[in-house]
Design a protein around this ligand. Structure first.
Ligand SMILES: CCCCCCCCCCCCCCCCCC(=O)SCCNC(=O)CCNC(=O)[C@H](O)C(C)(C)COP(=O)(O)OP(=O)(O)OC[C@H]1O[C@@H](n2cnc3c(N)ncnc32)[C@H](O)[C@@H]1OP(=O)(O)O
Ligand SMILES: NC(=O)C1=CN([C@@H]2O[C@H](COP(=O)(O)OP(=O)(O)OC[C@H]3O[C@@H](n4cnc5c(N)ncnc54)[C@H](OP(=O)(O)O)[C@@H]3O)[C@@H](O)[C@H]2O)C=CC1
Length: 519
């Protein structure tokens, strides 16, 4: 595979994103003879695209590449592009350059927000894909076009094969109809349009697959469908992650002791897939598509559930048959300044979850905000919990159900690779050890998302001990207080109290007498 990529010019969209960065890194490290990587990047947050790419290359993710080749950045050529603009806002000179030299395209860019307004999701996930395909058709030496979709594009089905399903609506018709509607109308009709899908993201990703498929006669196409992409398993080092998306934000919130309850089906498969596995499969699919030129677009479901299943119950705290890896990991390697000790209850029961939200989220937030107010500070905890509830409300759809994905094409691809390539571009998740992976994932969120130092762990543990003592004291005071109030007002409660005390007293006397007898 590395030989195939030698001398090739590669175009990547979404290279500044989570998966794009790992793709760039892997290509540079494992295919050192690759000729050039053209990255479509937009200026953002006051930074030019050049600045953004330079900053990206200083990221720790690129440490190993930097060691192997300190001049690796000479192979990276940023191209200014805003994907939501006509012609992707690529200058005519850049357009000509790309048309003349690109051999392979990896299309990773997308909006992955679950609450994205439909028009914007359509613009980026569908229309931009259409425009990129038009650009690809002008590329004289193009050998493969690899589109990154999601395993949940067809989440309205329970069993998902490696085929492109008919779209919920003809994309062209939808684009034309939405064009004349203002944002308010679009917002109103969005639930009707997305139907049995949970959000605009999965809906527009399904439409994008159809748009890509329509070009399969003119381009060599493959579609990669990863499930829930998590931290890296092995490469470039275990546990690398740089965002709050999907489970990462949930893990962090649990580690900080903020999230104490979530609705999930303990027995449902948690279809996490490490980012390095997805990228290895993507590169393998690029090679296979270019070399073997399958007659029609091949879809690769990139999931773990059918191969090496892991369940939501094993992730959080579950008193049944499962161990709880996230919580125990954060107890061993605590995050700094936790709000409470990590401890999370996962339940599929709506009422139980509401009860815990009240007791373990809203009540502590109320008390803490009261404390902040009394000490002259701005209350903040309720606001944080409201945001958390909004975020987990959007994720619960995926943690409450099971899907089955077929992975025949993935197996076929693996069988076509040499043993050497299978090692270098490993996507065999049968070897994945979940407890070890989750431990590295949690440490990764601490080190790379929150930028916390591992040397501060003793202080963080001390903080957890302090929190435990506060809890014990608080609980004791609360019980004594409630009981005092209760006893003071009710004769019956007093009678029960005297009964319990006299029972204890009798038990103690009996115990003392029997121990005197045995002596
Ligand atoms: C032990 C417990 C175990 C529990 C087990 C259960 C776990 C269940 C997990 C289920 C995951 C299911 C994922 C399904 C993935 C489908 C796969 C894909 O194809 S698609 C891929 C998956 N796609 C997704 O996952 C996208 C999902 N995300 C969204 O749609 C939106 O972020 C939002 C609607 C949740 C929040 O919108 P909004 O309120 O407007 O907030 P902004 O976004 O603007 O961020 C503002 C700031 O907050 C930061 N931050 C963000 N999130 C969190 C967090 N959770 N926390 C903390 N912080 C968070 C963020 O970095 C930012 O910081 P800064 O830059 O300001 O410093
Ligand atoms: N993360 C996950 O769990 C999963 C992701 N996927 C798919 O993988 C792909 C990559 O996802 P991921 O890396 O997580 O997403 P990120 O949000 O991390 O990255 C998205 C990328 O798209 C770029 N982008 C977004 N809007 C524009 C725009 N208007 N013009 C130019 N570039 C733009 C972003 O650039 P910028 O930095 O400028 O914003 C960024 O580089 C997506 O197609 C997604 O659907 C599939 C399954 C799961």
């Amino acid at each position: 595979m590395a030989e195939y990529y030698a001398g090739k010019s590669v175009l990547i969209t979404g290279a500044t994103g989570f998966m794009g960065k790992v793709l760039v890194e892997k290509l540079l490290r494992s295919c050192p003879e690759v000729k050039a990587l053209y990255l479509l990047v937009r200026p953002k947050a006051g930074q030019s695209m050049q600045q953004r790419v330079s900053e990206m290359m200083t990221c720790k993710l690129f440490d190993r590449v930097r060691e192997d080749d300190p001049d690796f950045h000479r192979k990276i050529i940023p191209i200014s592009s805003e994907l939501t603009q006509p012609g992707l806002a690529i200058s005519p000179q850049d357009g000509e350059k790309l048309a003349s030299c690109i051999n392979i395209v990896f299309h990773c860019a997308a909006t992955i927000r679950f609450d994205e307004p439909l028009k914007h999701a359509l613009q980026l996930n569908v229309i931009a894909t259409q425009q990129l395909l038009s650009l690809a058709k002008q590329m004289h030496h193009l050998e493969a076009f690899i589109h990154i979709s999601t395993a949940y594009a067809n989440c309205n089905r329970k069993h998902i094969d490696e085929v492109i399903y008919p779209p919920p609506v003809e994309p062209r018709k939808l684009i034309e109809s939405l064009e004349w509607m203002d944002d308010g109308i679009v917002r109103d009709i969005t639930p009707r349009l997305i139907g049995d899908r949970p959000n605009t993201y999965t809906y527009t990703k399904a439409l994008a697959e159809f748009v890509v498929q329509q070009e399969q006669d003119q381009l060599n196409i493959a579609i990669i469908r990863p499930s829930i992409v998590g931290a890296s398993w092995q490469e470039p080092f275990p546990g690398w992650i740089d965002n709050f998306n999907g489970p990462s934000g949930v893990f962090i919130a649990a580690g900080k002791g903020i999230l104490r309850t979530m609705r999930a089906n303990n027995d449902a498969v948690a279809d996490l897939i490490p980012v390095d596995v997805v990228i290895n499969l993507t590169l393998a699919a690029g090679w296979y598509t270019a070399v073997h030129r399958p007659k029609s677009a091949l879809v690769y479901n990139c999931t773990t559930g059918g191969i090496n299943p892991f369940h939501w119950g094993e992730i959080g705290t579950y008193t049944g048959i499962y161990q709880h890896h996230v919580i125990s990991s954060f107890k061993r390697n605590p995050l700094e300044q936790a709000f409470r000790r990590p401890n999370a209850n996962i339940t599929s029961n709506y009422l139980i979850n509401q009860y815990w939200i009240l007791v373990s989220h809203k009540f502590p937030a109320f008390i803490y905000d009261l404390f902040l107010r009394l000490s002259g500070q701005k209350p903040q905890m309720m606001r944080i919990f409201n945001r958390l509830h909004k975020a987990i409300g959007l994720l619960e759809y995926f943690s409450s159900q099971d899907w089955e994905w077929n992975s025949e094409n993935l197996n076929m691809l693996m069988s076509q690779m040499t043993p050497e390539d299978r090692k270098t571009f490993n996507f065999d998740v049968r070897q994945l050890n979940w407890p070890e992976y989750i431990e590295n994932y949690c440490i990764g969120t601490k080190k790379y998302v929150l930028n916390e130092d591992m040397s501060d762990i003793p202080a963080a543990r001390q903080h957890l001990r302090k929190l435990r003592n506060i809890r014990y004291t608080f609980n004791t005071v609360l019980v004594v207080f409630i009981w005092r109030v209760f006893i003071a007002r009710s004769q019956m409660a007093r009678n029960i109290w005297y009964f319990v005390v006299s029972l204890c007293f009798k038990f103690l006397s009996y115990f003392r007498a029997s121990s005197t007898l045995t002596n």
